[in-house]
Design a protein around this ligand. Structure first.
Ligand code: ADP
Ligand code: MG
Length: 281
């Protein structure tokens, strides 16, 4: 009997010890079966551990494999060798739950004929058709209302996407990604098409959402200052094949706000990252 009562806490400790996201020596070759001159080695030897609740950004020249890395983390693309684990579970194994991961792409994916509320509920409808949701619709409807507040869209639940600015549409996309309460949020240049001021505002909003929800965030951007402003660590990838060229620890105090970008330490870190980046070209 004693054994049984001891077992559960032990298992919990195991999960608490493993990283939230582990990239284990990943290579990715597109067209590996094609003639050598037609195959593309996108990533090589990627080995990174991201801890629970950490905010990590990946920067690197265009075409170095950032999106590839994110798609492998989401389990929608296979690694050629090596593995990606979320919470200790290989994303390619049947034990992996897709709901552990929320995805946000560069362009909003809201459907124009659905209201904000119904767009946020869209993933629920899709998974319901696959018989893969844990709660009833009522539960997710309440959750959608909470998320509308969380992302600052109060009053817009019944609006249609074309009534919203680009920044507000990305707030809808973030809510969509959070509907299942995933542990991990993957974001691929989510603010890349927004004007600079909207982007700065959304950066601050994202940090607030991150703080309130305690998610682990893997964020891709080509904006080096955005990476510093948001992150605990910035991973710099080399040109293709993408390899980890540098990892920069960002020791700026939190919470960060408008004044952070003007601080001496921010300017130093930004200069350091820009230098690393220049050396790669
Ligand atoms: P990034 O997001 O850093 O710009 P990607 O991950 O999109 O880079 O792409 C990395 C490299 O892999 C690029 O050279 C791209 O052309 C190539 N690539 C991406 N997807 C495919 C594919 N489906 N087939 C062949 N090559 C691809
Ligand atoms: Mg990309």
């Amino acid at each position: 009997m004693n054994n049984q009562t001891n077992k559960e806490p032990e298992m919990k400790d195991d999960t608490a010890e493993c990283s939230m996201i582990s990239f284990n020596d990943i290579d990715k070759v597109y067209g590996e079966d094609a003639p050598a001159e037609e195959s593309v080695t996108a990533l090589k030897g990627i080995d990174i551990d991201i801890e629970r609740g950490e905010f990590v950004s990946v920067v690197g020249p265009s075409g170095c494999g950032k999106t590839t890395l994110l798609h492998m983390t989401a389990g929608i693309l296979d690694a050629t060798s090596g593995s990606v684990e979320i919470n200790g579970v290989d994303v390619q194994s049947p034990q992996h739950e897709r709901k552990e991961v929320g995805l946000v792409f560069q362009h909003p994916v809201a459907l124009e004929w659905r209201t904000v509320r119904k767009n946020i509920m869209l993933p629920v409808q899709i998974l319901k058709e696959n018989g893969a949701i844990d709660h009833d619709k009522e539960y997710y409807r309440d959750r959608a209302e909470e998320l509308i507040s969380l992302v600052g869209l109060d009053g817009f639940a019944n609006a249609y996407p074309n009534e919203l600015s680009g920044g507000m549409q990305q707030r809808v996309t973030i809510s969509q990604a959070l509907i299942y309460n995933p542990s991990v949020l993957l974001m691929d240049e989510p603010f890349g098409s927004l004007d600079a001021m909207t982007k700065d505002d959304l950066n601050i909003e994202l940090l607030r959402i991150w703080r309130e929800t305690e998610k682990t965030i893997l964020f891709i951007t080509h904006d080096l200052d955005e990476a510093i402003f948001l992150s605990d660590r910035v991973v710099v990838l080399s040109p293709r094949p993408g390899q980890v060229a540098e990892v920069i620890d960002v020791d700026l105090e939190r919470p960060r706000d408008e004044d952070t970008r003007g601080s001496e330490r921010f300017v130093e870190l930004s200069a350091k990252l820009h230098q690393h980046f220049k050396r790669l070209q």
